[in-house]
Design a binder for this molecule. Structure first.
Ligand SMILES: Nc1ncnc2c1ncn2[C@@H]1O[C@H](COP(=O)(O)OP(=O)(O)OP(=O)(O)O)[C@@H](O)[C@H]1O
Ligand SMILES: [Mg+2]
Length: 306
């Protein structure tokens, strides 16, 4: 069991509204409305907890609507490293219709002041050294610059933590310069951050990024380490919802790496955990027998040996 901190700088309340058919401009009646605490680091934390790790969650949380997060933190027994900021944590509304169509409406988060940013750096400096690894995941909230973000990653690394990064756009581009231990972009995010350089992966290794885990939806995942790469193809599964697939993959990779499992088994289980996420409306490890079955359906092969 490892001790892991996940940081979500821009968490969200996921509000799922189910209805037969959306009629824009009319009064719609929903069949069900579900709210839950979300955000990439919060999702990763839940899968890590399912895998038996000791997890703390942190980042910035709006102080006006903390209930769903407080409830999750106490239900899962997470350590609480969130800095409370004025205003509301954003809500991401998902309108799910009977035919499977999903309409997303994502709100902006609260504006995070410099004072709050200092408070998070202070908090991390105070508690960081007790963790084996830190996951920094998701987008940047309003008020937080990519440069500040890079400084946060450098500080975490300076505390001796293994830093796993999952973000996109400018935050990923700038964050990579801090040389995190592991990065989990999908293929589009990586291409955008690296300007399609041909030797991009080896450049990342030279910058100190040891594990480059590139996910590609149903096509699977490629894990590049200096001098070697493994590719995993997931088994064919019926997709219920891809929410949390990337977060599940990241949690699975951390689990194997921090438990010193063999590389092939690490990637195999992580790929199975991600496949399990897509078979559910939510995500997480609810059924060990199903996970074992999915694992046996993952095809892992070596891509290169240099
Ligand atoms: N249809 C699918 N069948 C099986 N496995 C899947 C499927 N879609 C995704 N996965 C698994 O989940 C992993 C992560 O998916 P993806 O590459 O879409 O991540 P992402 O774009 O980061 O998603 P997220 O929205 O969660 O951030 C994939 O590498 C794959 O192992
Ligand atoms: Mg992702």
């Amino acid at each position: 069991m490892a001790k892991i901190l996940t940081l979500t700088l821009n968490p969200a309340l996921d509000l799922t509204v189910r209805l037969a058919r959306l009629e824009p401009g009319a009064v719609n009646r929903s069949e069900a409305m579900l709210t839950h605490a979300a955000g990439k680091g919060v999702n990763v934390a839940q899968v890590l907890a399912d895998l038996g790790h000791d997890v703390s969650v942190g980042g910035f949380l709006g102080e006006a609507n903390p209930q769903a997060f407080d409830a999750l933190i106490s239900r899962r027994g997470f350590g609480d490293a969130f800095v409370r900021v004025p205003g509301e944590t954003r809500s991401n509304i998902k309108i799910a219709e009977q035919d499977g169509r999903v309409t997303d409406i994502n709100a902006p988060g609260p504006l995070v002041s410099e004072e709050a940013q200092h408070a998070l750096l202070d908090k991390v400096a105070m508690i960081g050294a007790q963790f084996d690894a830190v996951v920094v995941a998701g987008s940047l909230p309003r008020g937080v610059s990519p440069q500040w973000f890079q400084g946060l990653l450098q500080q975490l690394k300076g505390l001796g933590l293994k830093v796993a990064l999952d973000t996109s756009g400018e935050a990923l581009r700038t964050g990579l310069q801090a040389g995190p231990w592991l990065v989990k972009p999908n293929t589009e995010e990586l291409a955008e951050a690296l300007d399609y350089a041909t030797d991009a992966i080896s450049q990342l290794h030279q910058q100190g990024v040891e594990h480059v885990v590139v996910s590609d939806g149903a096509a699977g995942v490629t894990w590049y380490r200096p001098g070697t790469a493994l590719h995993a193809t997931p088994p064919k599964v019926t997709v219920a919802s891809t929410v949390g697939a990337g977060d599940s993959l990241l949690a699975g990779m951390l689990h194997g790496l921090l438990s010193d499992e063999a590389a092939e088994q690490t990637l195999r289980r992580a790929t199975a955990i991600a496949a399990m996420a897509v078979t559910q409306i939510g995500f997480g490890i609810s059924d060990d027998a199903q996970l074992a079955h999915l694992e046996s359906g993952v095809d892992v092969r070596t891509l290169t040996e240099q």
